[in-house]
Design a protein around this ligand. Sequence first.
Ligand SMILES: NC(=O)C1=CN([C@@H]2O[C@H](COP(=O)(O)OP(=O)(O)OC[C@H]3O[C@@H](n4cnc5c(N)ncnc54)[C@H](OP(=O)(O)O)[C@@H]3O)[C@@H](O)[C@H]2O)C=CC1
Ligand SMILES: Cc1cn([C@H]2C[C@H](O)[C@@H](COP(=O)(O)OP(=O)(O)O[C@H]3O[C@@H](C)C(=O)[C@@H](O)[C@H]3O)O2)c(=O)[nH]c1=O
Length: 293
Amino acid sequence: MKILITGANGLLGQKITGQLVKRNIPFLATSNGANRNPDCPDADYKTMNICNAAEVAAVVATYQPTHIIHTAAMTNVDACELNPEACREVNVEGTRHVADAARSVGAHFQLLSTDFVFDGEKGNYSEEDEVGPLSVYAQSKVDAEELLLKGTDHNFSIVRTIIVYGTAHNLSRSNLFLWAREALPKGEQMNVVDDQFRAPTWADDLAWGCIRICELNATGIYHLSGPETYSIFEIVQKVAAHYGYGTRSLNRIASATLNQPAKRPPKTGFDLTKAKNKLNYHPKTIEETLHLF
Ligand SMILES: NC(=O)C1=CN([C@@H]2O[C@H](COP(=O)(O)OP(=O)(O)OC[C@H]3O[C@@H](n4cnc5c(N)ncnc54)[C@H](OP(=O)(O)O)[C@@H]3O)[C@@H](O)[C@H]2O)C=CC1
Ligand SMILES: Cc1cn([C@H]2C[C@H](O)[C@@H](COP(=O)(O)OP(=O)(O)O[C@H]3O[C@@H](C)C(=O)[C@@H](O)[C@H]3O)O2)c(=O)[nH]c1=O
């Protein structure tokens, strides 16, 4: 097994890289610009912009991976809403370039996708549920998924996940838990929504699941999230209680008052039965991860 990772400077990309280093599995980490992960040897890193089809084709042809884990994406959901063309360029066309390159060398292609493909009315979504995207970002992930689902090559997997959290080096995107750990002890006001329900995902568990799929050559859609669905407000309360932070600065709000450009699904969360049975995926609860920060 030789794994090529895209978006290796991101949170998930760094966690996958870290596990591959520890397990001595050969890999090539790629991302936009220079290597920002000190745990990834420069010899195992290559700059690769997924929007540049020729660059992607050349890097993949040279490395000849057996598997590609495609985590690179435009992940700021509101920026996607405001810049739909840029979002499409990275999340759909970028995916097309990497998937085409994977096909040309016979590699398994794994796409990272999201709970936002659903409209959030039902919750506890399984892999068979119908998609209903509410935002430009969500639509871009549905379109990226369809490049694979409607194609003739079946050597692919789609991993959908939800609010990925954890720590890594020099991230361009923060996450709910880092925000809470920074703001709460300083008593900085946090306006937190109580009408969005999510199953946050410990990044290390997700990385394990992505690699496991490669090891098993498992194909099709997999839902990999944390095991518990709570409101965002309840999640932040849990963080505060665990570390003994006061909650006077915690302000319970409705999503509508945030005035965010992109609409979010109210209630997601995943049915993990398939991942548990086929991958032996048993993710940590929020409580089990907080002492690991
Ligand atoms: N984070 C979350 O809560 C969730 C994430 N996902 C999906 O999981 C995947 C991984 O997410 P996560 O690791 O958290 O995201 P990050 O934003 O942390 O990482 C994405 C990485 O992709 C890189 N990237 C962006 N554009 C390009 C490009 N044109 N060429 C090469 N690299 C590029 C970014 O580079 P740079 O750092 O330089 O900007 C960044 O390092 C994504 O596909 C995302 O859509 C799904 C659900 C929830
Ligand atoms: C900015 C903000 C967010 N929130 C809530 C809303 C949201 O449910 C949660 C996380 O907000 P974010 O802006 O980080 O994430 P958001 O863009 O809502 O989340 C998504 O990221 C993309 C990439 C995905 O694919 C999704 O699965 C999901 O995790 O925090 C507040 O309560 N108060 C705030 O001021």
